[in-house]
Design a protein around this ligand. Sequence first.
Ligand SMILES: Nc1ncnc2c1ncn2[C@@H]1O[C@H](COP(=O)(O)OP(=O)(O)OP(=O)(O)O)[C@@H](O)[C@H]1O
Ligand SMILES: [Mg+2]
Length: 248
Amino acid sequence: MKNWLVLEQISKTYYKEKLFKSKEKIDGGLKPLSFCVSEEIVGILGESGSGKTTLAKLIAGIEKPDKGSGKVVLKLGELPKEKNPVSMIFQDYVSAINPEFTVEKALLESISGKNKKVESKEKIIAILNKVGLSEELLDKKPRKLSGGQIQRICIARSILTEAKVLIFDEAFSSLDLVNVDRLLELLNNLKKEFNLYYIVVTHNLEVATYFCDKLIFLKEGHLEEVIETSRLMHTKSSYVQALIDAQI
Ligand SMILES: Nc1ncnc2c1ncn2[C@@H]1O[C@H](COP(=O)(O)OP(=O)(O)OP(=O)(O)O)[C@@H](O)[C@H]1O
Ligand SMILES: [Mg+2]
C-alpha cells in the first residue's frame, strides 16, 4: 500500500501574546515529529493534553506549523485545487451548525459550483439518505435534532465539500455503544462508496483498536509510537502499555 499521509518534522509552538513585550512560549503544542501512513483508517491516541487535537488541526490545515518546521504531505491523487481535501468533525458537533440554519441550508453551503441551485436539492437528499437520515429533516433547525443526527449531518457536509480525509476529534465520546457501532458501520460503507480516509482522535482504545488499522500515540507533545493495530500487544512503549492496561 502507498503512503497517503506523510509528516516531515512538523512542530507547533503556542505563544502567549504580551503587550509591549516579545511573545512568550506556552508549554504544550507539538515537538517536531515525522511519520507516514498507508492504512486507510488511523487512530491518534494519548492522554489529555498530549497534542492529539493539535496534530489533527495541523493535518487539516486549520493550524499552521511553526515557521521553518516541516510539512504535511497528502498523496490523494487528482483533487480539485481550490478545495481542502481534509475535513474535521469536532466533538462539539452540536455547535458546528449555525443554529439559525435549516438542515437544507447547512448542507447547501457545502456545495459549490455553477449549477448549485439546480442540482443541489437532489444532491442533498441523496447524501442525507446515504448517512441514514430522512429528507423530512430538511426544514428542521439543529435544536430539533438529536446529537447523533447532527453528527451525521456534519459527516454529510464533509462529503459534500468533496473532502477525502475525514478527521473525527473525539466524535464518538458522547455516543453509547450501540450508536458507536451503528456509526462505525455507516462510516465503513461511506468509506467504500466515496473512497475516504479516516483519522480518529480518541481516548477510547477499544474503539480505536476495533476501527483503526494503525495507531499513532502521542505523549506530552511528542510522538511516542506508531504501530499497526494488529501488533499493539507487542508494543515496546511502557506508556502505550499503561494505556492498554488502563482500559482492560
Ligand atoms: N490554541 C492554543 N493555545 C495555547 N495552547 C494550546 C492551544 N491549543 C492547545 N494548546 C496546548 O497544547 C497542548 C496539547 O493540546 P491538545 O488540545 O492538542 O491536546 P489533546 O491531546 O487534544 O487533549 P484532549 O484529549 O484533552 O483533547 C496542551 O498543553 C494545550 O494546553
Ligand atoms: Mg483534543
